[in-house]
Write a protein that binds this ligand. Structure first.
Ligand code: SAM
Ligand code: SF4
Length: 321
């Protein structure tokens, strides 16, 4: 799939649910969001149908996300189905890790290629505050369990903020020192909630880590299929990555599109424009799906405009991050 700027689009993020078992302060309001009615959520078969068509058009990589994907019943079976689609090379998952320990085995046997766990702090109190009630011990138990499955790439997504951000940066990075885990620091984006006034930028975080762990070396070889830039620190097993959508705009190399739980195809995290694939699928001319996708992809916006102080009002849990 190509867009009008010549970018190859081969990566789809599917939000399988807008529901979540946490309420991270920067992602969801405390009272939660108004959930999409059950009948408006795409069925797994419908998501599969979209993925099959896209795979024929050049889709290679799928990330399953949410809301919290592990709260949707039957998720491992769905992952297994995605893995069997001809042309799909990798299927990965982004999760808050709360249910990971109990589901690791079924995810592994479904053939998942990689799991990204969101973890902003190791401190129990702070984790409870950021997630409004989450238990970090469950996430850490999930990470420990994953060591039984070395074939599955393990990454951590960390959004830094608040007064203890330096301490959190060092303690979360430490996981990459001792384990085969890649830790990525994600810049807070002005999506869904008020912009975080003290969002930490890549350079600030790297300086803090270098003070503790010594100089970092940029990894020239790309890792993964996304926008992360990775660094190696002496003595570390895993790498340290940065996803800096705001301070280091990476739109020119963007290869991804997003499918929301209610079947809308979004071309950019920020742009509110989307195409209602569910209406096509459930309408009178489902054969038209391929050309609808083709047209939407072609019209993918050139770049986001986070820098123009515009705030996307739909929450990240609704778009899938
Ligand atoms: N519930 C799963 C999880 O937390 O990993 C998957 C969905 S969550 C929306 C995906 C990612 O988006 C998480 O790593 C989360 O930290 C990140 N995220 C949410 N809101 C964000 C924001 N405003 N800026 C940057 N990242 C954000
Ligand atoms: Fe839920 Fe993930 Fe959003 Fe946190 S970041 S509220 S875990 S969807």
């Amino acid at each position: 799939m190509k867009d009008q700027y010549g970018r190859t689009i081969d990566y789809l993020r599917i939000s399988v649910t807008d529901r979540c078992n946490l309420r991270c302060t920067y992602c969801m309001p405390e009272e939660g969001i108004t959930c999409i009615p059950h009948e408006e959520i795409l069925r797994y078969e419908e998501m599969e149908q979209i993925c099959r068509i896209m795979a024929e058009m050049g889709l290679k990589h799928i990330k399953v996300t949410g809301g919290e994907p592990l709260v949707r019943k039957g998720i491992s079976g769905f992952i297994r189905t995605l893995k069997e689609i001809p042309g799909i090379e990798t299927v990965t998952l982004t999760t808050n890790g709360i249910l990971l320990e109990s589901m690791a085995e079924e995810l592994a046997s479904a053939g998942i290629d990689g799991i990204n766990v969101s973890l902003d702090t190791l401190d129990e109190e702070a984790f409870r505050a950021i997630t409004r009630g989450g238990d970090v011990k469950r996430v850490l138990a999930g990470l420990r369990k994953m060591h039984q499955y070395p074939q599955i790439t393990l990454k951590i997504n960390c959004v830094l903020g608040g007064k203890n951000w330096k301490k959190n940066a060092v303690s979360v990075a430490e996981l990459a020192k001792n384990h085969p885990i890649h830790v990525r620091f994600i810049e807070h984006m002005p999506i869904g909630r008020e912009p975080e006034k003290e969002a930490k930028r890549e350079e600030q975080v790297r300086v803090v880590l270098e003070t503790v762990y010594g100089p970092s070396i940029l990894c020239e070889k790309p890792m993964g299929f996304g926008p992360s830039v990775y660094y190696h620190f002496e003595g570390f097993v895993g790498k340290i990555g940065f996803i800096s959508a705001v301070s280091h705009k990476f739109c020119s190399g963007c290869n991804r599109i997003r499918l929301t739980a209610d079947g809308r195809l979004r071309m950019c995290l920020q742009s509110g424009n989307s195409t209602d694939l569910k209406a096509v699928l459930r309408g009178e001319n489902p054969e038209g799906l391929e050309s609808v996708i083709q047209k939407s992809v072609y019209e993918k916006p050139r770049e986001h405009h986070f820098d123009k102080e515009s705030i996307e009002t739909v929450s990240m849990s609704q778009i899938g991050g």
